[in-house]
Each structure stands twice: as structure tokens, then as C-alpha cells.
Write a protein that binds this ligand. Structure first.
Ligand code: ZN
Length: 573
């Protein structure tokens, strides 16, 4: 496998979104929260005129989801009173700051055709088909559990699994898998006797390198099927291989048979997902098909399809089969976790590099929980024939190198994350890391992410780990500006500035001073233009400004005779 590809259907982007994609997150005051949640149409006017630029959109409450740091309220979008399939507005209310309310909008500048399917008016939805929104009739067939999407002639255009079909109980069986890969688990090197790919042939050493692990499966028609509430093994996307017939409660398939990648991919992807769930994050929360033999190419990917609300994890068989290596499996499953939490499409080189680095980190951390052998290498088994894998200790530093690929640049952030993990342990580190994914938007930078991790540490652990996190990111030159929990004292001056992060989200900045003089304070924009000025004399002064747009500002504090002046950078979100 030369590189891991991350594909994302740009269904909503190419047609409907402008360059302002990252402006999806709107932070509104707490005063508006109650009204918005009780009556979502109260924000409709604002959203229609500022984001969607369409008078024909309506919102209706869909559901409420609890994350570990707040609540997500979801609203279905309608156009001309017809729901748009999978177009959901997400409003986030933080448990921590009662002013940190975010509205995430799925797309904007809608211009849908006016079409009527009057015979079935109650079942019509807008669906995205081949570059256009078209209305289709959506009907669930209770016999096979699928949603059918029909045209006006009642022909099936497509169907999706509603997942009601597999409502039988979990059963615990055991399966032989690589754990996490045949080299890490044995401490062997590639090329040692028996430890070579050899065109996917078996060897006694690779046979014995498999480990018997418990795995949850379903029984369907008296047969074991590899499926759970999220994942389904499905070959209909790729070249197609037969699913193995499993009748035994111990799955014992050698690596040279296609069935081995079936069980190996199912085991590691569901294990990683169970781990994410165990930390309190119920993601991914959409159905995902796994195709462990997608193609003969040496590439794997995760693809999310907003139009049908489901995802595909596809693994190639070129070089060493990707689905034989937990690093490749968890890396791609990590992309699904990112998409499910951030509800945004990664755009731009830095955001995409960051996603690759975060997924490498997930893979390396998962493997290191199993064994510390060769833990700095990612893709320990897969990265030996056609490529050499990647590292979570590459020595790369921020900022990104314009000449490097997103996968190489991603190694900057994976190294920082691994350092945090090695200090805090994976559970604490991953709680903060996954929590921070929820705040990513399309063009987020590595600095944004580091800041979000610090913010999550504050909300989850009372900022107990802020120094460790800050040090780790600064080790790779990702500098994090002071947050509310760790505001800097301006060098040799009589001031302490506090709650600078809070200022950015509409709270008051706190200026503390230790003398009795009157000082002049100015708020400047990035061009140096004075936007506001006032005097302070008290030991503690408060200043907020909700009129300024988001961006970078400076607070300048000048002494009475104008002999001394101190500047402090602020960010308005
Ligand atoms: Zn990737």
C-alpha cells in the first residue's frame, strides 16, 4: 500500500458552498438559547438570510444527543416543505460555558428545483443524485428492512439497509486474528524466517502468529454473520469476494484465505469503535459497510456518503493486504470517528494533513495498548513491501512543509498526540482528543485543534493536564496561545490578563493590576486601528465587547505619561 487515501464525497460542497465554509460554526449568546431550542424557527430568519440565502427553508426538531461535554440538538431541513435527506442542522450547547453555543450548518446557498410528486406527498424527500437534488418517494419495506427510494414511476432508484433487520442478540465467539499484526505481536522483523508476505501465502510462522480473541457477532438464519449495529461486511462495492461461511464458534481461518481479512477487519474495527464508545462517545453513529477486499490496488479509504447517510471502509489487497494490519484498519475507522464527531468536511491541506495525523495516532495508540513492540512505526506489517509505513516519532515540526504530502505532514501532530498519550495514558488522552474533534470545522488548523484539546482538558479534567498537553504540542512547534486556565503575565508589567479565551466567546476579559495609577486601555484591530478605549484604576477591571467581528485583536495598556505600553493579543471567535 503506497498511501492511505481518504475519500469524502463532496456532494454538498462543489455545488452549494462558497469559500466561507469554515463559517459554519455560529456562536450565539446564551440568552437566545432557550428561545432557539423551544422554537427553532426563531433562528430560521437569521440562518436563511446569512447562510442559506433561501426563503424556502424550514427547520424541524429531529433529536437530541448527549456528548460527554454538552448536548447536540439536531434539526431536519426542509425545502418547499419537503425534507432534504440527511440535511441536518446541529446546535451544540456546551455543559461548561453556558455561552458556548454553536450552530453547525450542513451546507448553504440552496437552489432546488420545484418538482411535484403529488401522489405520494407525505413520503417525498429531496435526495442528491448525480450532482442534483431530485425528489424521490421514500418507503420502508418491513419485510426486508430496507428503505426504498422510488421515482414517480415507482421504480427503485436505490435502497439502503435500515438496520432493523439485524435485531437479534449479540453472541460472543472467538476468532484467530493478527493482534495487532504478526510482527508487533511476535517481536519479529519483516524478512525473518516465515515473516514475509510471499504473495499472500501462508507460513507456519504467520499461522502461529495469530491470536485467539473474543468477538461479538450475530446469528442470522442459524448462521454467524459479522455485523453489529454500525458495521456490516459487504462486498458489493468492490471487486467482490464471497463472505466466509461460519458455523463454528471458533473462527480459524489462515491468512492466505479471503475469509481471514473478513474476520480481522471486523474484529479490529469493532474493537476500536467499542473503545471509543467506552469513553462516552457514541460514534460513528451511521451505518458503515466494510469491504476487506475492495480492490487489487494498494490503497484503502473511508468514504462518507451524505446523500444516503452511510459510510464505506474499503481495504485494498495490493502489496500486503491492508486488512491484515490493525494499523490500516484503525486508521481508516479513525476517519469515520472524525467525520461523525466534527460534522464537517475537511478542506485544505492543513486540515487534511491533521486528519491523517490524528488517524495515524489512533492506529499507533491502539496497537501500543496491545504491545509496545516497534510502537513508533505505523503500519508495521502493511508498510514493508511497496512502502515503509509511517512514524509517530518522525521529528517533523510545525508549520507544514509545502513540499510534503498530507500523510507526511500529518506526522507532526501524531507525534505530539503520542507524547500526550504517553504521559496521561490512552484513556485520558483519547477522551480529550475525541472531545476536541467535535469543534473542528472545514479549515481548522493544528493550532485550533491543540487549543480545542486544552479546552476539553479544562472541561473534562479541570485543566489538570494543560502543561503536559501544551508541552507536547510545543515540542513539534504547535504553539498554543494562553487559554483561560493558563493566562500569561505580561513580562515585567503590573498587569495580569485573565479569561482571554472567555473574551473570545463573549465573556469578560479580566485585567488585574497591582498599582494605584490610572491606565489607558485601547482595543486595536490587526491594522492598529483603535476600536475602543477606556481607563482602569481598580485592582480588577472587566471588559467585554460583543460588537467586534471574529478575528485577531490587541489590548494595549498605556501608562499615565505614555512612557510604558503593553500589548496583548486576543482572539474573537
Ligand atoms: Zn487517512
Amino acid at each position: 500500500m503506497k498511501r492511505i487515501l481518504f475519500c469524502f464525497f463532496l456532494l454538498f460542497i462543489g455545488k452549494f458552498c462558497s469559500a466561507q465554509f469554515s463559517d459554519f460554526i455560529i456562536i450565539v449568546s446564551n440568552a437566545d438559547l432557550k428561545e432557539i431550542l423551544e422554537n427553532p424557527n426563531s433562528i430560521k430568519g437569521y440562518i436563511n438570510s446569512n447562510i442559506y440565502k433561501s426563503p424556502n427553508l424550514e427547520l424541524a426538531f429531529l433529536n437530541k444527543k448527549k456528548s460527554i461535554n454538552g448536548e447536540h440538538y439536531r434539526f431536519q431541513l426542509f425545502w418547499l416543505n419537503i425534507p432534504i435527506e440527511n440535511a441536518v442542522l446541529n446546535i451544540f450547547k456546551s455543559d461548561i460555558s453556558n455561552k458556548n453555543l454553536q450552530i453547525l450548518c450542513p451546507f448553504f446557498e440552496i437552489d432546488l428545483p420545484k418538482v411535484s410528486l403529488s401522489n405520494h406527498s407525505e413520503n417525498i424527500v429531496w435526495t442528491f443524485q448525480k450532482g442534483d437534488y431530485i425528489p424521490l418517494i421514500k418507503i420502508q419495506n418491513i419485510n426486508d428492512g430496507y428503505w426504498y427510494y422510488l421515482n414517480s414511476f415507482e421504480d427503485t432508484v436505490f435502497k439502503i439497509d435500515s438496520r432493523q433487520y439485524f435485531h437479534n442478540d449479540d453472541s460472543l465467539i472467538k476468532a484467530y486474528v493478527f493482534y495487532p499484526d504478526p510482527l508487533s505481536s511476535t517481536g519479529k522483523n519483516y524478512g525473518d524466517t516465515g515473516f514475509i508476505d510471499n504473495g499472500d501465502l501462508n507460513s507456519i510462522q504467520l499461522f502461529q502468529a495469530r491470536v485467539l480473541r473474543p468477538v461479538k457477532v450475530k446469528y442470522l438464519n442459524n448462521r454467524i454473520v459479522l455485523v453489529n449495529d454500525i458495521y456490516t461486511l459487504n462486498t458489493s462495492f468492490g471487486v467482490g469476494t464471497q463472505a466466509p461461511v461460519i458455523n463454528d464458534t471458533i473462527i480459524n481461518i489462515p491468512r492466505n484465505q479471503p475469509g481471514f481479512e473478513w474476520i480481522n477487519s471486523y474484529y479490529h474495527i469493532t474493537s476500536f469503535t467499542n473503545y471509543v464508545n467506552s469513553l462516552g462517545f457514541q460514534i460513528p453513529d451511521f451505518p458503515i459497510s466494510i469491504d476487506p477486499h475492495y480492490s487489487g490496488n494498494d490503497a484503502s479509504f473511508f468514504q462518507y456518503m451524505p446523500a444516503i447517510g452511510s459510510g464505506l471502509l474499503a481495504f485494498g489487497d495490493g502489496g500486503i493486504d491492508d486488512a491484515e494490519d490493525a494499523d490500516a484498519l484503525v486508521h481508516e475507522a479513525g476517519h469515520a470517528v472524525i467525520i461523525a464527531s466534527s460534522l464537517s468536511t475537511p478542506l485544505g491541506s492543513e486540515r487534511r494533513s491533521m486528519d491523517e495525523g490524528i488517524c495515524d495516532y489512533f492506529a499507533a495508540s491502539y496497537s501500543k495498548n496491545i504491545t509496545e513492540n516497534a510502537w513508533t512505526k505505523v503500519f508495521n506489517w502493511d508498510g514493508n513491501v511497496t512502502w515503509q509505513g509511517r512514524s509517530v516519532q518522525s521529528g517533523r515540526k510545525y508549520p507544514l512543509s509545502p513540499a510534503a504530502t498530507i500523510w507526511l505532514n500529518g506526522q507532526i501532530i501524531s507525534e505530539a498526540m503520542m507524547r500526550v498519550r504517553d504521559s496521561l495514558g490512552s484513556q485520558k488522552a483519547d477522551s480529550a482528543f475525541i472531545c476536541a474533534l467535535y469543534s473542528l470545522s472545514a479549515n481548522s488548523t493544528m493550532v485550533d485543534y491543540a487549543r480545542a484539546v486544552l479546552s476539553c482538558d479544562t472541561s473534562l479534567f479541570g485543566a489538570a493536564n494543560s502543561k503536559i498537553i501544551k508541552d507536547a504540542f510545543e515540542f513539534v512547534n504547535i504553539m498554543v496561545w494562553p487559554l483561560s486556565n493558563k493566562d500569561a503575565q505580561i513580562k515585567k508589567n503590573p498587569f495580569i490578563i485573565k479569561n482571554s479565551f472567555g473574551f473570545g466567546i463573549g465573556e469578560s476579559l479580566i485585567i488585574e493590576k497591582n498599582d494605584v495609577q490610572i491606565w489607558q486601555v485601547e482595543l486595536l484591530d490587526i491594522q492598529g486601528k483603535v476600536l475602543d478605549q477606556f481607563e482602569i484604576q481598580d485592582k480588577m477591571s472587566f471588559y467585554s465587547n460583543n460588537k467586534i467581528a471574529k478575528g485577531i485583536y490587541f489590548i494595549k495598556i498605556k501608562s499615565p505619561q505614555n512612557l510604558e505600553a503593553y500589548s496583548y493579543k486576543l482572539i474573537k471567535y
